[in-house]
Design a protein around this ligand. Structure first.
Ligand code: GTP
Ligand code: MG
Length: 454
């Protein structure tokens, strides 16, 4: 998402990058281009107008600042404008003093409610809560089953029964207390469009459960319709926030952004892929810098931190420095990358990358291929790749259905990575970590990226 907007912004900023000063007409031209870029990204016209107005105000007297160059001031202003547009700060959830905290999810058909329910439950679990899922979608026969399967995957109980949504919702509160679950997430039936009958149903479910939070689940791909639907749902349900789904897709994204501007309700979470772990608290600041192409290093670190086993990373760094990094370690690194989510979604979060790189689809299948090749090596070969002669390579290729060229490529890549890592990347990190551990023992002497918890 936002690829197009990102490219437009980098083009706009590139034009003014090396200017010592900006004339009034430069500023006007920049604002005009920003307006066009936002409209083309499908941002609601009312939202575009208010953003451009606020930029205009900020950019009056742009030459006066001594600390920033004019183009830096423009970038800063646009960044701040986007942050405001996206809601300022992230939503901080307050738990109900009288458990359970009830979360009601509503939205159109197929937007990702059921998936979001499971992801949200998993997120609450990661926060130390004990959530319970409630299947109140009795419209679609398979809906409850879908929720049960997801619940099973994350080991979270699912409550439902074949009565009616209101009864299920009411009973679920009683059931949650009986089971000692402190967060209840209610999944409701989708609707194709605003449909009176279903709207009445979700309203009744809402009255029956008195939700602490009601989230409108919106698909980033929907386009301008998202705004009018959100308004209708807000009238019926008094929404507290938005869950933005399919942020990993290639939608222009502007409509989804406009929902906040039009409703005045914050985006609480973003669903960024099909995997359960691909879900995150929505940080306006990070999204703004992602849109501006400045890179969302913070999100990346947070996600990496969750999945990446620091122990393994530290060990790998040590081995790289001492030159004992082998194919087994290489395999382990790939497995860590896989845990972090798809490579494509990681790449899209890193700023400063040209569009061709960002959009290059690095297939997770490639990783599985690499895994297969390494797995068909003997332990000795993995530890000491130098012994991989022609006949061994042929045997490995046969063992996993690869070609010898693929095996050769992998070995070359490994050698390359080892050389590169030794030359700068990992070498530096490892050295820093070592130096740090001499002075002060922090986090067991392990390297931790700046600004993250040890
Ligand atoms: N790529 C991607 N796919 C998603 C995401 N969230 C949901 N999906 C997919 O979207 C499809 C619909 O998701 P559901 O969770 O069943 O949607 P729903 O709103 O519950 O649908 P109904 O119950 O029929 O109204 C599924 O195939 C999901 O895997 C996401 O963030 N990214
Ligand atoms: Mg559903």
């Amino acid at each position: 998402m936002f690829d197009n907007l990102q490219d437009r912004f980098s083009g706009i900023f590139a034009k003014i990058k090396n200017r010592g000063r900006l004339s009034q007409s430069d500023v006007d031209e920049t604002l005009r281009e920003i307006r066009v870029a936002l409209i083309e990204a499908d941002v609601h016209i009312r939202v575009v107008n208010s953003l451009v107005e606020s930029l205009k105000e900020t950019l009056v007297g742009i030459e006066l600042s001594k600390s920033l160059s004019p183009s830096e001031q423009v970038i800063k202003a646009v960044n701040q404008g986007l942050i405001n547009l996206l809601g300022g700060a992230e939503l901080k959830l307050n738990y109900s003093p009288k458990p359970p905290t009830v979360i009601l999810l509503a939205g159109l058909q197929g937007v990702g409610k059921t998936t979001a329910a499971a992801k949200l439950a998993n997120w609450f679990k990661s926060q130390g809560r004990s959530p319970m899922l409630v299947g109140a979608d009795l419209q679609r026969p398979a809906a409850v089953e879908q929720l049960r399967i997801l619940g099973q995957q994350i080991n979270i109980p699912v409550f439902s029964e074949a009565t009616n949504p209101v009864e299920v919702a009411q009973k679920s509160i009683v059931e949650s207390r009986r089971l000692g679950r402190d967060v209840v997430i209610v999944d409701t039936a989708g609707r194709l469009a605003i449909d009176e009958e279903l709207m009445a149903e979700v309203k009744a479910v809402s009255q029956a459960t008195d939700p602490t939070y009601t989230f409108f689940v919106v698909d980033s791909m929907i386009g301008q319709d998202a705004v009018s639907t959100a308004v209708a749902f807000n009238e019926a349900l008094e929404l507290d926030g938005i869950i933005l789904t399919k942020v990993d897709g290639d939608a222009r994204g502007g409509a989804a952004l406009s929902v906040k501007g039009v409703l005045g309700k914050p985006i609480a979470f973003a669903s960024v892929g099909e995997k359960i772990s691909e879900f995150e608290v929505f940080y306006p600041e990070r999204m703004a810098s992602r849109i501006l192409g400045m890179g969302d290093i913070l999100s990346l670190i947070e996600r990496a931190e969750k999945a990446y086993d620091q122990e393994v990373a530290a060990e790998a760094a040590d081995k790289l420095i001492s030159g004992t990094f082998n194919l087994n370690d290489f395999l382990e690194q790939f497995q860590q990358i896989k845990k972090m989510g798809s490579l494509g979604s990681l790449l899209s979060m890193m700023g400063g990358l040209p569009a061709e790189v960002r959009n290059a689809k690095i297939d997770d299948k490639d990783i599985s291929r690499i895994e297969a090749i390494i797995r068909s090596m003997t332990l000795e070969e993995r530890i000491n790749p130098a012994i991989l002669n022609g006949s061994r390579r042929l045997r490995i290729a046969k063992g996993c259905g690869a070609t010898t060229t693929e095996v050769n490529n992998l070995i070359n890549q490994f050698n390359q990575a080892k050389k590169l890592a030794g030359a700068w990347g990992f070498g530096k990190i490892g050295a820093k970590r070592k130096a740090g551990s001499n002075k002060k023992k922090t986090g067991g002497g392990r390297y931790t990226p700046k600004g993250t918890k040890a």
